[in-house]
Design a binder for this molecule. Sequence first.
Ligand SMILES: [Zn+2]
Length: 243
Amino acid sequence: MFTWPVFGTELAASNSPLSAEIFRAGAHQVDISPEKFPVIVNAMFTERSADNVVDRLYAKSLVLDDGRSRVALCVVDTCLMPRELIDRAKDIAARTTGIPTDKMCISATHTHSAPSAMGCLGSRADADYAAALPAKIAEAIIGAVKNLEPACIGWAAVDDWEHTFNRRWIRRPDRMLTDPFGEQNVRAHMHPGHESPDVVGPSGPVDPGLSILAVRSLDGRALAALLANYSQHYHFITFDFSS
Ligand SMILES: [Zn+2]
């Protein structure tokens, strides 16, 4: 069951040497929707472009500070990002905030059809979009630092079997598929179809773990941020902010 610890309050009220060590948290989001069109989008298996925005895209950051050190988390609405792009974002954020880059974790929601920050699945990277993204990710982290305030933090972990499944199945030896090189040797394959006679079963177990981290201000007036982590095609970490 999810509970709200109140150690932030206890530390703040204490006269102990720890009294300066008040847990603080800050959250901030930056709109990373494309501004130039058409923009190449990726993960559609063939390269496509978009000429408008259907849903806004965000880089959402949460910074935690226990009075001794700070960590920054940032989740980006994109499919994939190359290491160099993430390192550039961390460098910009580190210069402004002083948070060491090894205390930053930047991840992707793995949305398909977002602007192509990285070439994949038949799409090239959109050079202009990819070039502008690191500064926006850094802005999310810098904004979260500016928003730091005394906070409560709570967490929970449950198994959610209902919303994940193994989509990769083992095919019957006599129903193997042909690989791109013309060899009939594809034994494990995705999406066999409902009750397909061609498969013997899923290729492995699923990870049902769902973990949640939430922070809110000490006066409880608003939930500042909620970070959830769930392994589903293939791994998601997502944020939800209340207003
Ligand atoms: Zn995918």
